[in-house]
Design a protein around this ligand. Structure first.
Ligand SMILES: CN(C)C(=N)NCCC[C@H](N)C(=O)O
Length: 288
């Protein structure tokens, strides 16, 4: 099994993650809290009350876990294609796989990475939602002192299963949308690259950026539900499950609730995934 895809997936994911984390914090707040009037209001409030550091809350665990999560996504994607089409990453430019195979490989990668991602994503969302300023003497103490304390508290208060709160919604979000992600990327690369050649850097950047946007637009409805399920259980349980969360969110806030954070999600998705794919492609070419 080629391991380069796993390592390239890890490094490229980490680069994208640092770039996109401030946008991600704003998105999570907009999806789960009703105190903000919009993106700008949310950014201004975070900056005023929590300083620049507020945007980077909850980033350390994703950085630590991206090695597993992104290498599983890209490694499983590439190795599923290898099983389905018997071609390696290098051979795929000359013998491009069908879109059905790309979609299936993307869905498989998405499904497996969601399982690894679930506890880390939960901790990230819980930390991002703490509005107390960081490390200021005399200010109110947040419920969680950091990622390890957060994980230990969830385990103690909500049990082992508590660490997987929202995992179903995450799997439903990621399985089909990772198929969309890779199909969009491959489709755009093929469209703008002469047959048999590697896509140029500009093509990779644009295709990666649009793959991020397409997958996040499709993922946003379940992303909202996932974030709400993850915040549920903090004090008392409100939702019975994914369906109940969907129904009560729509009843209370209308259908528009499914598009909460779609603008910031898309603004974040372009640079994050442009950088992710560019570094992924170049690392593989460098090692190939
Ligand atoms: C749930 N969806 C749509 C995705 N995860 N899409 C793929 C983008 C992955 C990238 N690490 C990012 O965070 O944008």
């Amino acid at each position: 099994m080629p391991v380069e895809e796993f390592v390239a997936g890890w490094i490229s994911g980490a680069l994208g993650l640092v770039l996109g984390h401030p946008f991600d914090t704003v998105k999570v707040r907009l999806q789960t809290q009703t105190t903000y009037r919009g993106i700008v209001d949310c950014m201004v409030k975070i900056y005023r009350h929590e300083s620049l550091l507020g945007f980077f809350k909850g980033m350390s665990f994703p950085i630590a876990s991206i090695a597993v999560v992104n290498s599983v996504l890209f490694g499983v994607y590439s190795n599923t294609l290898l099983v389905l089409t018997a071609t390696s990453h290098q051979e795929r430019r000359a013998q491009p796989p069908s879109y059905t195979h790309i979609f299936l490989a993307g869905c498989t990668g998405g499904f497996l990475q969601a399982y690894c991602l679930a506890p880390f994503d939960l901790i990230k969302v819980r930390l991002q939602n703490q509005t107390e300023p960081m490390a200021q003497p005399g200010s109110p103490q947040p419920q969680y002192r950091g990622p390890v304390h957060c994980a230990a508290s969830i385990f103690r208060e909500e049990g082992y299963r508590g660490l997987f709160r929202g995992a179903w919604a995450l799997m439903l979000r990621d399985t089909p949308t990772m198929g969309i992600y890779f199909i969009t990327y491959e489709g755009l690369c093929r469209q703008y690259t002469p047959e048999g050649q590697n896509p140029s850097s500009a093509t990779v950047l644009v295709a990666g950026g649009f793959a991020g946007i397409a997958s996040w637009v499709a993922a946003t409805p379940l992303d909202v539900i996932k974030s709400r399920m993850q915040m549920d259980g903090l004090r008392r349980r409100v939702y019975q499950g994914v369906l109940d969360c969907m129904v009560s969110s729509v009843r209370q806030e209308g259908l528009g609730v499914f598009f909460r954070g779609v603008t910031i999600n898309s603004a974040r998705a372009f640079p994050v995934n442009a950088v992710t794919f560019l570094s992924y492609e170049y690392l593989l070419r460098w090692w190939g």
